[in-house]
Design a protein around this ligand. Sequence first.
Ligand code: SF4
Length: 570
Amino acid sequence: MIRNRNAKINIHKLYDLYIASERNRLTKRFDTYIKAVIVFPNYYSVAMSNLGFLRAYELINQSGFMSCDRAFLQDDDSKGIISIETRQRIANYDFIFFSLSYENDFNNILSILNAEKIPFLSKDRNKSYPLIMAGGVIAFLNPEPVAPIFDLMFVGEAEAIFPDFFKIIENKKKYEILESASKLEGIYVPSGYNFIFDKKKPVTLNKIECLPGFPKKIRRKYADNGASFSSSPITTEFSELSNINMIEIERGCKRGCRFCSAGFIYLPLRESKHADVLNAIGSLSAEDKAGFVGLGTMDSKNINEIMRFSLNSKKPFSLSSIRFDCLDENNLDLIKETGIKTVTLGIETGSSRLKKMINKDIDNDEIITALKNIIKKGIINIKLYFMFGLPGEGKEDLDETINLIKTMREEFVRSSKINKRIGLITASFSPFVPKAWTPLQWESFEDLTVLRKKAGYLNENLKRLPNLNININPLNAAFTEAFFARGSRISNEILIYSFINKISLKNAITSKEYNIKDFIRKFDQDELLPWDIIEQGVTKKYLLSEYLTGINLKTTPQCFKGCKRCGVCL
Ligand code: SF4
């Protein structure tokens, strides 16, 4: 992937190369009186593989009165951050929309603002600065660690929030917008709230005080079932998903895995309009492949028909991660026919106890049978995702995971003989990170020393086996994610302090005289949580009951017709 890491590649030349590579279906007006820029706080290649970012870019341009450019993190930002389309400095736009997907990008937000000499905090900016807003999954999961940076945040899905918000910004002056917009569902103006922390337990929140005129809670707004969802308006070979046009098959997930924030904050499950999906496939350019995305693509009732249509239209496709229990003869034939050589599956753990705790209770025998069926179809490589550091995890749980992988590897080698070629199993392990709006949000992030030992144990037991590749994701990155995932406005102070002083987050925490353990601890069940400012639809009471059900090693069935248990379906 070409990035502007190499000092010899000038940012203008690099952006010329990227633009020349883009297949862009967007018709953009350049005669509008409002100029906006959408910023992804990571490199072009990462941004262009993010459907949420591309969708927001498309919707802003479809407003009719705004033209929106794109900007990204740059290695050389000595001359500021420029948009890829018009090469203007982002500080010169009327509106800056940030698209936020990952906690580990928070530092990049500061780099970008710093390069443009824009004060980090909303309260320190006067009317001469652009209005700075943020949307994306972070804005409706837990916005607090970055909330003081933004003038306004979008809590929910762009398709649902933008129409009413655009009516306001079309007719108001830049800084009159906040007051009117704060009354809209799905709009969070962080300056309208004070977060008061306990003096004796400094990381514990005591009260969320809302200033006069601001709503007590910010209700998540989401698109109706049957709304038009998205497909990539632009494709490029320089995206991490090179030349793949992402087509959203569904939004939400009915499974209720207790560690998965996306599984709860995108509820209810909504399928894309079938005709839209087929149209998106039909209009792909010759260079592009279809990439079907969704939290549970194989759960979609239309998935086999969609895959068949794609094949008949001579458009190869790829799929995001698949559940073992969704694979059958029919869909495996279609997957094979498109030429997929690697199937990616999320298993999470081999421990029968922990599988129940996380509500992903797929029997190990069922996993082995599915594995045999995959290999029988001639798909030669398997990628597996696991977690470690799950609540209550002991050596016996890790041993069950190790044994499962060993058995899978043996079966993989045995079954591969019919293909006359043995491929590779790649098992990736990530530390469990407790996330807001999940039943496991009250649990702790495991101590790094313990995680290090567990990573060593997994590696030691699995590393020398043929046809098996082990990949343990960096623990420090997981710590950063955990620190922010349940963070608060105190985390924002620490983020800024670490950036200004060029020190690690851990050093910033201790320099500010906080205790690292307080940020990754187990939260009390009756504690006020920073993300309680949001009304997600899923109630805290439901999450707590799911947490206790999980602790008691009991599973909960998936969403069903007539169910009203979590608070989303009324
Ligand atoms: S109320 Fe029931 S069906 Fe609706 S989203 Fe919640 S769990 Fe699923």
